[in-house]
Ligand binder design. Structure first.
Ligand SMILES: NC(=O)c1ccc[n+]([C@@H]2O[C@H](COP(=O)([O-])OP(=O)(O)OC[C@H]3O[C@@H](n4cnc5c(N)ncnc54)[C@H](OP(=O)(O)O)[C@@H]3O)[C@@H](O)[C@H]2O)c1
Length: 331
C-alpha cells in the first residue's frame, strides 16, 4: 500500500536551526533526529535513558537516512546534544526546560514525541496517572516553558505533537482524569493521544488570539510500525501481546511502515514548506486529515486546557502573555 508510505520530499536545510526532540533515543524520535542532523540542524535529544541516548548519537553520526549518501551526509551534518528529561517527573521537566533556556541561544522546532503505551496502572511522583503525564501533561508543561524562547526565535518556529490514530477510541474522562475508577492500559493511551490533538488545537487558538505569530502547532498520526513502544503489551493486554503485534507487522508488511517511513509525517510537519502557513491541524501520511469530530469541539479542548492547568497548579488565565509569565515563574 504505497499510499500509506508517503515521504516528506522537502529539501529544506536547517543550518542555524535548533530542534528539541523528546524520546529521541529510539524509534520515530531517533529517525527524526537523524533526518534533521543530516539537514544541518543542531538537534537536541531530550531523553530519559542517557546510555541509550549516547548510543543513538553514535548511530546517527555513522548512518545517514536513506535519502542521503554517506559523504553528503557527513559534509552537511549539524550537531547533536543530549539533555536529560523524565516526563514522569514535573521537576525533571522544569529542570530540562531551565537547562535549555539557559544554554541554548534559540529553539526553532519542538517535537513532542516521547510516549508510553499500554503500561500497567501507576501514578507518577506528582500523583498523576503515568500515561497521561508522559504522553500529555509533561509535554504540555515543557511546551509552555519553552514558548518564550521560541517566541524570541520566531518566525518560522514549529511545535509538533505526535498523537495516534488510536485517539478515535479515546475520551477525556474529566471526572476521573487519573482513571482511578476505570483504568485500562489502552484506555489511558487513547485518552492521552486524544489530549495531544486537543492541546494542538487549543494552543494554536490561544497563540492566534494573543497575536503571537510565527509559531505553528501540528499534531499527527505517524503510521504503525515496529518500535519498542509496544513492549508492555505482553504483561498488560494479553500474554505474548507485543510479539503478536510484531507478528502481524511481519505477515502484513505492505500495510505497515518501517521506522524511517514512520518519521516522515513528523519531518513533514516540522520543516516542509507546504505546511509553513498551517496551524492547529492533524496530519497522517504527510497530509491533513480530519480527526474524530469530537476533537473539533472548542469547548472540549478548552476543558482539557483548564484541567491540565489545574493539575499543574496554574490559573488558566485568558491573557496568554500573562499566563506564560506565570508559568515561567515555576522554574
Ligand atoms: N510505533 C507506532 O506504531 C506508533 C503508532 C502511533 C503513535 N506512535 C507514537 O509515536 C511516538 C514515538 O513512539 P515510538 O513508536 O518511536 O516508540 P519508542 O521507540 O518506544 O519511543 C518512545 C520514546 O519515549 C521515551 N520515553 C518513555 N517514557 C519517557 C519519559 N518518562 N520521559 C522521557 N522519555 C520517555 C522512550 O524512552 P525509553 O524507551 O528509554 O523508556 C523512547 O525513547 C509515541 O508518542 C507513540 O505514542 C507510535
Amino acid at each position: 500500500m504505497w499510499f500509506l508510505k508517503k515521504l516528506c520530499t522537502s529539501n529544506a536545510r536547517l543550518e542555524g536551526k535548533t530542534v528539541v526532540i523528546t524520546g529521541a533515543s529510539s524509534g520515530i524520535g531517533k529517525e527524526t533526529a537523524r533526518d534533521f542532523y543530516g539537514r544541518g540542524a543542531r538537534v537536541i535529544l531530550a531523553c530519559i535513558n542517557m546510555e541509550e541516548a549516547n548510543e543513538a548519537v553514535k548511530d546517527i553520526k555513522s548512518n545517514p537516512p536513506f535519502r542521503i549518501k554517506k559523504d553528503e551526509y557527513q559534509n552537511g551534518a549539524g550537531e547533536l546534544a543530549i539533555y536529560f528529561l523524565n516526563l514522569c517527573s514535573l521537576k525533571s521537566v522544569k529542570d530540562c526546560a531551565k537547562n535549555l533556556l539557559m544554554k541554548e541561544a534559540a529553539i526553532h522546532i519542538l517535537v513532542n514525541n516521547a510516549g508510553v503505551v499500554a503500561i500497567s496502572y501507576e501514578k507518577t511522583e506528582d500523583g498523576i496517572e503515568t500515561t497521561f503525564q508522559t504522553n500529555h501533561l509533561g509535554h504540555f508543561l515543557l511546551t509552555l516553558l519553552l514558548l518564550p524562547k521560541m517566541q524570541s526565535s520566531s518566525p518560522g518556529c514549529r511545535i509538533v505533537n505526535i498523537s495516534s490514530i488510536g485517539h478515535i477510541f479515546g475520551d477525556i474522562d474529566f471526572d476521573d482524569i487519573n482513571l482511578e475508577k476505570s483504568y485500562g492500559p489502552l484506555k489511558s493511551y487513547f485518552q492521552s493521544k486524544l489530549a495531544n490533538i486537543l492541546f494542538t488545537r487549543e494552543l494554536a487558538r490561544r497563540l492566534n488570539k494573543a497575536n503571537v505569530h510565527g509559531i505553528n502547532v501540528y499534531s499527527l498520526h505517524p503510521g504503525v510500525m515496529p518500535t519498542k513502544v509496544t513492549r508492555h503489551a505482553s504483561s498488560t493486554i494479553f500474554p505474548g501481546g507485543s510479539y503478536a503485534y510484531k507478528f502481524v507487522l511481519w505477515v502484513l508488511p505492505w500495510a505497515f511502515k518501517t521506522v524511517e517511513e514512520g518519521a516522515q509525517t513528523t519531518i513533514y510537519c516540522s520543516i516542509d514548506e507546504k505546511t509553513a502557513n498551517e496551524t492547529g491541524l492533524y496530519y497522517s501520511d504527510c497530509n491533513i486529515v480530519n480527526p474524530r469530530r469530537k476533537v473539533t469541539n472548542d469547548e472540549y479542548a478548552k476543558n482539557l486546557w483548564d484541567v491540565s492547568c489545574k493539575l499543574l497548579n496554574l490559573e488558566p488565565e485568558e491573557n496568554f502573555t500573562k499566563f506564560l509569565q506565570t508559568v515561567s515563574r515555576q522554574i
